[in-house]
Design a protein around this ligand. Structure first.
Ligand code: DX5
Ligand code: ZN
Length: 233
């Protein structure tokens, strides 16, 4: 159980969730501090097991170490085959929200209840071709829905615009306290369309951490998304 506020999740509005996956890992503390100082409310943590996705990233020890150095809301995106088995270790490491993939969930409601019982918020994620109907049974129970706009496993891929109708469909089903996150290929050319479709929480790795000035890149993305929903230029 953490003591950090959940303002990053419950309030409606546009917010950025920089993805640690694209940080320079030898200087991760510095990279995270820079975006936190610039006002990033959420740190997105991509956990990969080499089974659900064809890549391995990092696990709970790295997150625990960063937890001691950051007050950001920690959003763990578990791209792993056994989310229920490992959820507790990620909550203990300091994650505020645990997102699991619906594609691996044999009993999704049980996973949601388990993560909530650990004191964390819950997200459910859908791969690009997974239909919205797959989360029908749990949509009212989750705190966030994460729509993948690339096939999970790697940063730096091209945005799949075909997911936008699904973003709009799920947005129409969510209550005001539920967030709608989009992840993959978010950059200055794609973020406005995702915001217009209804996403409110934007993961970006390459378009933030691989830029010369990550705080400025993050602010620019935020402003583009905000403009798309307010009609400002
Ligand atoms: C992909 C991860 C993403 C990734 C996004 O499997 O879930 O969070 O970091 O990277 P970009 O923003 O570079 O597409
Ligand atoms: Zn992710």
């Amino acid at each position: 159980m953490t003591t950090r506020p959940d303002f990053a999740l419950r309030n409606p509005g546009i917010r950025m969730a920089p993805s640690l996956l694209s940080v320079d890992f030898a200087n991760a503390e510095r990279g995270v501090a820079a975006i936190e100082k610039a006002g990033a409310p959420i740190l997105h943590l991509d956990v990969m097991d080499g089974h659900f996705v064809p890549n391995i990233s990092f696990g709970a020890p790295i997150i625990k170490s960063l937890r001691r150095r950051s007050k950001m809301y920690f959003d763990a995106h578990l791209m792993i085959e056994e989310p229920k088995k490992y959820a507790e270790s990620f909550v203990e490491a300091g994650c505020d929200l645990i997102t699991f993939h619906i594609e691996v969930a044999k009993d999704p409601a049980d996973i949601v209840d388990h993560i909530h019982s650990l004191g964390a918020s819950v997200g459910v994620s859908l791969n690009p071709t997974t239909p919205a109907s797959e989360i029908e049974a749990i949509i009212e129970k989750v705190d966030m829905v994460l729509i993948m706009s690339v096939w999970p496993g790697f940063g730096g891929q091209k945005f799949i615009a075909d997911v936008l109708p699904k973003v709009a469909e799920i947005k129409s089903r969510l209550a005001p306290h539920q967030r709608l996150q989009i992840d993959g290929g978010i950059d200055p050319t794609t973020i406005a369309g995702a915001a217009a479709a209804g996403a409110d929480t934007f993961v970006a790795g390459t378009a933030i951490f691989r830029q010369d000035d990550p705080p400025a890149a993050m602010k620019n993305l935020h402003d583009l998304a905000q403009a798309a929903v307010t009609g400002a230029s």
